[in-house]
Design a binder for this molecule. Sequence first.
Ligand SMILES: Cc1cc2nc3c(=O)[nH]c(=O)nc-3n(C[C@H](O)[C@H](O)[C@H](O)COP(=O)(O)O)c2cc1C
Length: 169
Amino acid sequence: MSFKKVDLTSLQFNPFTKIGKEWMLLTGGTMDSFNTMTASWGQLGVLWNRNVLTCYIRPNRHTFGFVENGETFTASFYGEQFRKALSFCGSHSGRDCDKVKETGLTPAEFDGCVAFEEADMVLVCRKLYSYDLAESGFLTDDGIPAQFFGSDPYHRAYISEIVGVYVKE
Ligand SMILES: Cc1cc2nc3c(=O)[nH]c(=O)nc-3n(C[C@H](O)[C@H](O)[C@H](O)COP(=O)(O)O)c2cc1C
């Protein structure tokens, strides 16, 4: 595996396509026990003078417990050739299957966290703050709760400091 640790300021990409169109894997846990899921909602930016990733995980995801119970997790990004693997990780639960076995992704350790060797970029994220989205918080009546929540639980948001950035050499 050949990743190099780089400074965040050296990165150049469009966060809207990176997260929203290409998707990311959110992986919680350690090499001994972890789970990963696909996510396409999130933001990269600055808060409290720190570089942060905010992501949103529904409490009924298997990944939720791993992220909730750890101090850190990873967000990792992949080329188009791994779209099938990301689709799988976004449509099957680690409760019911072995995502590593099914996708062929290769787990690898990054600062005590887990991501996959096939990644182009791995962000190691340290949780700073979490909060639950709630219907009472919506300021418009353009139908977002009905479209995105229905009877499902609302997501928990994790604002996390990006403490490590690794890119493929
Ligand atoms: C493209 C895509 C984007 C997704 N984005 C999110 C997201 O941002 N947050 C979330 O909670 N679930 C999201 N999901 C759903 C989870 O990835 C999916 O429920 C997954 O099977 C959960 O796996 P787990 O139970 O092993 O954690 C997304 C799924 C897909 C296919």
